[in-house]
Design a binder for this molecule. Structure first.
Ligand code: PMP
Length: 308
């Protein structure tokens, strides 16, 4: 999806024009994948104006990701939460995708360099439904990838690092090459891991199941949102290993992610999921989107208004 340009990007403490947010070709992050980032959304809510969704949780994950790779962040969680709001506000955006990125900058070569300064940017721009409006409503076609997700003890899957997205690219491209809308990666042991950019849930005999964090997943914030909302609706949610063949026999499947929001899955490897009805997915979707209309009471403080 082409980027819809906004006016300003925050970089290392300053708001600069969009077109000036460039970097040197010998930037460390470009060579060694040494970037950590977030994908967040701001929603134009009916009752609290424009709000960043789960601002603190995203920025805390960014700090965690940076700490694993020993980046100096230079800005506190609270400061960066404010910056996210400022970027949405100063670009005059009503709803936006927010992309904070910290990467090792220009200065030294070699993967273990400790002398490259951290470059920190926060951008925001309009972005609709990542897997399409039609997908949000009627579900998408997914395929299990021949590529495995990152195995334990290789590159940490639970860290949102730029380099991890080489795996996502292979999984997603393979699916799209074969006419599917998204690819699902298996963990190193052949159990289900996650989508190229989404966590996966199944509904089986009235229970909601999702792979555990040890199944090479990114511990998604939307995943957590779906778990909290599902429990609130009275469903049992269990984190457990899922076999590939199980996906062919469950009642419903949905994917979660900041970009994907809560997207139902229509088919897996060409096999229709359940009988095509999705009452549980629909209930969780309604609860999720209800946060932005006020129909779902935000008892968790997930909405962070950009004004005041
Ligand atoms: N897994 C991967 C690989 C992702 O890239 C994402 C998107 N950030 C997710 C899961 C979902 O995470 P979140 O709900 O925090 O956006």
């Amino acid at each position: 999806m082409a980027i819809q340009e906004a006016k300003l990007i925050w970089r290392n403490g300053e708001m600069i024009p969009w077109a000036d947010a460039t970097t040197h070709v010998l930037t460390h992050g470009l060579h060694y994948g040494t970037g950590v980032f977030e994908g967040m959304r701001a929603y134009n809510t009916d009752h609290k104006g424009v709000c960043v969704f789960r601002n603190r949780d995203h920025i805390e994950r960014l700090h965690y990701s940076a700490s694993v790779y020993r980046f100096d962040m230079n800005y506190s969680v609270e400061e960066l939460m404010e910056v996210c709001k400022q970027v949405v506000r100063e670009n005059g955006l009503q709803s936006a995708y927010i992309r904070p990125l910290a990467f090792l900058g220009y200065g030294e070569m070699g993967p273990s360099s400790m002398n490259c300064k951290t470059d920190l940017i926060v951008a925001a721009f309009p972005w609709g439904a990542y897997l399409g409006e039609e997908g949000l409503k009627n579900g998408i076609d997914v395929a299990i990838s021949s590529w495995r997700r990152l195995a334990p003890g290789t590159v940490p899957a639970g860290v949102k690092a730029a380099g991890n997205y080489l795996s996502s690219r292979l999984i997603s491209l393979e699916a799209k090459t074969h006419g599917y809308e998204e690819g699902i990666g298996l963990a190193h042991d052949g159990t289900i891991s996650e989508g190229a950019g989404e966590n996966l849930f199944v509904i089986h005999k009235g229970r909601i199941l999702t792979p555990p964090t040890a199944a090479s997943i990114l511990n998604g914030i939307t995943r957590d949102t779906a778990i909290v909302l599902a429990k609130k609706l009275g469903y049992e949610v269990v984190e457990q290993a899922l076999s590939r063949e199980m996906l062919y026999g469950v009642d419903e499947i949905f994917l979660t992610g900041t970009a994907a929001e809560i997207t139902p899955v229509k088919t897996v490897d060409g096999i229709t999921v359940g009988n095509g009805e999705r009452p549980v997915t629909k209930a969780i979707q309604d609860a999720f989107f209800g946060i932005f209309t006020g129909e779902t009471q935000d008892e968790w403080g997930w909405l962070d208004p950009i004004e005041g």
